[in-house]
Write a protein that binds this ligand. Structure first.
Ligand code: 13P
Ligand code: SF4
Length: 303
């Protein structure tokens, strides 16, 4: 009997399928992926792919984004119920009220959001391009949702604009407190502190580097430091270890784990490929209007 990995390899060839995996999924899933990356990289790869089937090893908004960008392809989620709580933390009525209040408002929607929230946005962003895109927009007033922490970070980086912050949050990043960071720094005084902008402002204030998951990984790779304190989901440890073996990596605290991402296993990827289960379907009107915001993101990120 072939191993799970061998069965997946065979099915991928047979069905012309590719596996896209986010850095936060378990190592056994990253190992079988064709592409591993942050949200921006994976959405570009999803758009460019010529496979017939895209298996998205990630939470549901990621599969939805892949489908929005690739309507003709079959997009499968190994665990469709794996969800990101923050993706739902904004509401249509508040967006409508903001649009009434500001004539020139741009609604900027973090890619960590449901397809229906994306339909209400002018443009999407990821953590690696949010600052660049908000700067590039002609609008003076920006309503940034759902993540209030990333919004506050963007507001600080783009002080020339009025960035209105929504109050959504990522539970994984929000639970890291400045006190946890200071304690961890006492244990590891030589470690550089690398952090994701979904953390709170007072945690970001203690950082040596702030960036998306792939930016954190590249920073560690380029740095001459030997030790890093990592302020994001610990799934990124695998890639840092691969790129720069021998570096010491520490989480700030226990439990820096995304529940949804950790639901994906190699077994679930295999059974999804075997049965072609977990297919992402979206109503065409929702798909089309959400596509506008994602296409705008890809266009402005290229500019
Ligand atoms: P990245 O855009 O850095 O991949 O972040 C995704 C995410 O879910 C962070 O919580
Ligand atoms: Fe959502 Fe946070 Fe998990 Fe990212 S880490 S998918 S923002 S819950």
């Amino acid at each position: 009997m072939d191993s799970v990995k061998e069965q997946i390899e065979k099915l991928k060839k047979e069905k012309n399928a590719v596996i896209l995996a986010h850095y936060y999924v378990p190592g056994e899933v990253q190992e079988i992926a064709d592409e591993i990356g942050d949200s921006f990289y994976l959405s570009k790869k999803a758009k460019e792919s010529d496979a017939d089937i895209l298996v998205f090893a990630g939470v549901s908004f990621m599969g939805e984004s892949a489908k929005i960008l690739n309507p003709a392809k079959k997009v499968l989620l190994p665990v469709p119920e794996a969800d990101c709580p923050m993706a739902h933390m904004a509401d249509a009525e508040r967006i409508a009220r903001m649009r009434e209040q500001y004539d020139d408002l741009a609604v900027v929607c973090y890619i960590n959001s449901t397809a229906s929230l994306k339909t209400l946005a002018d443009v999407c962003v990821t953590s690696s391009n949010a600052v660049k895109i908000v700067k590039a927009l002609p609008n003076q007033n920006i309503y940034f949702l759902p993540d209030g922490n990333l919004a506050a970070y963007v507001a600080e980086q783009v002080p020339q604009k009025n960035v209105i912050c929504n109050d959504g949050f990522c539970p994984v990043h929000k639970k890291i407190t400045p006190n946890d960071v200071l304690k961890a720094k006492e244990f590891h005084p030589n470690a550089l502190f690398l952090v994701h902008p979904e953390c709170t402002k007072d945690v970001l204030a203690l950082a040596d580097f702030i960036g998306s998951t792939s930016e954190i990984i590249s920073f560690a790779e380029r740095s001459t430091a030997e030790e890093f304190l990592i302020g994001t989901e610990t799934g990124v440890f695998r890639e840092i270890h691969l790129r720069c073996p021998g570096r010491a990596l520490y989480p700030v605290m226990e439990g820096q784990c995304c529940e949804g991402m950790k639901m994906i296993t190699a077994e679930s990827v295999l059974s999804c490929l075997q049965q072609e289960s977990g297919e992402v379907t979206l109503e065409e009107n929702i798909r089309c209007s959400a596509a506008h915001a994602l296409d705008e993101m890809l266009r402005l990120a290229r500019a």
